[in-house]
Design a protein around this ligand. Structure first.
Ligand code: SF4
Ligand code: MG
Length: 324
């Protein structure tokens, strides 16, 4: 099979002064080779915590409570810190909006780019240098030859972010996890980077998980989409299904808050209300306080996950009659 990653019944919690609170509530999904899964939702929905859980990079008060994360047959939740470190930057790479793993300040950009290429792609130093220059060009860095000889502090913040992206991609990971990687970049650079990611997917079969709230990015790169709300997966499906037949009221709200430039009469329709805090006790459907379609049962009965088409699931009572 071409399955790369399989997350099953993942529960991630945080210890706080108010007790243990769940941030990711029993979610399952998978990513195949060469496939792009976009995880979408408002901030605080658990999408970043989901990717940090996979990377084994949860903050110290966070932990995976139950479930499994299988990467090509290895359960990452069973690995030691050392074993996980080896997998990161080799089999899995992550690009952050705010790079958590800072560039090494005392080593040149060139060295930091060549090293993974020499280790993972077995290139000679000269080939790695050439490839490094190419990668810098591809992430929109002018004068790449000169940049190779510079140290991180000689670059602007935006340049450093792009260098980080180039280094993550130089590792040619089997799985790339990108958390809002292009939000701070201008549109041209953003689409250049998305193109580069796509190219590596085709060449190397890299699987991608892209965490984003930008439906434009989703439309451009997703094969499938997982929508999260208040720690739960509330809808998942192939990208055409999600855009053409969004079924959960929250997904429909998210999509209608995207301005449509082709439609002059279009009005931006935000979803009223806000995401509940993680420890908020909500009975029934966690979306019911904001849902204009809520039925009486929604306030008391947790909706089941209904499959309405192959690969398309919805956690909403309204989809019960469409279940296959
Ligand atoms: Fe709305 Fe009920 Fe569906 Fe929840 S289950 S999204 S409250 S209709
Ligand atoms: Mg986030």
């Amino acid at each position: 099979s071409t399955e790369l990653l399989s997350v099953n019944n993942l529960v991630t919690t945080f210890r706080t002064a108010d007790g243990e609170i769940p941030a990711v509530r029993n979610i399952s999904f998978s990513v195949n080779k060469s496939e792009t899964l976009c995880i979408v939702g408002e901030s605080g929905c658990g999408k970043s915590i989901t990717s940090l859980s996979i990377m084994g990079l949860l903050p110290s008060n966070g932990s995976i409570k139950s479930g499994s994360i299988q990467l090509e047959g290895t359960d990452l939740t069973k690995l030691t810190t050392d074993e996980l470190r080896k997998i990161r930057g080799n089999k899995i790479s992550m690009i952050f909006q705010e790079p958590m793993t800072a560039l090494n300040p005392v080593i040149t950009i060139g060295y930091q780019l060549r090293e993974p290429l020499m280790i993972h792609q077995k290139l000679s130093k000269q080939e790695a240098n050439q490839k490094g220059i190419e990668l810098l060009k591809q992430v929109g860095i002018p004068y790449p030859e000169k940049r190779m000889t510079q140290y991180p502090h000689e670059l602007s913040g935006g340049m450093r972010q792009r260098v980080m992206i180039a280094i993550s991609l130089a590792c040619t990971p089997g799985l790339l996890i990108a958390d809002e990687p292009t939000t701070a970049l201008d549109v041209t650079i953003q689409s250049q980077i998305l193109d580069l990611i796509h190219e590596l997917q085709e060449q190397l079969g890299m699987g991608v998980i892209m965490v984003t709230h930008d439906m434009g990015v989703v439309a451009e790169i997703a094969d499938k989409v997982m929508v999260m709300y208040a720690g739960e997966k509330i809808e998942e499906g192939p990208v055409e299904e999600i855009f053409n037949h969004p079924s959960h009221p929250y997904t429909r709200g998210l999509l209608s808050s995207v301005p449509n430039v082709d439609d002059p009469d279009f009005e931006l329709e935000a979803i009223p209300g806000s995401t509940p805090s993680l420890n908020e006790q909500i009975t029934g459907c966690r979306f019911h306080p904001r849902c204009e379609h809520a039925l009486a049962r929604c306030k008391v009965e947790v909706p089941k996950e209904f499959k309405i088409k192959d690969g398309h699931t919805v956690k909403c009572w309204l989809s019960e009659e469409d279940a296959i």
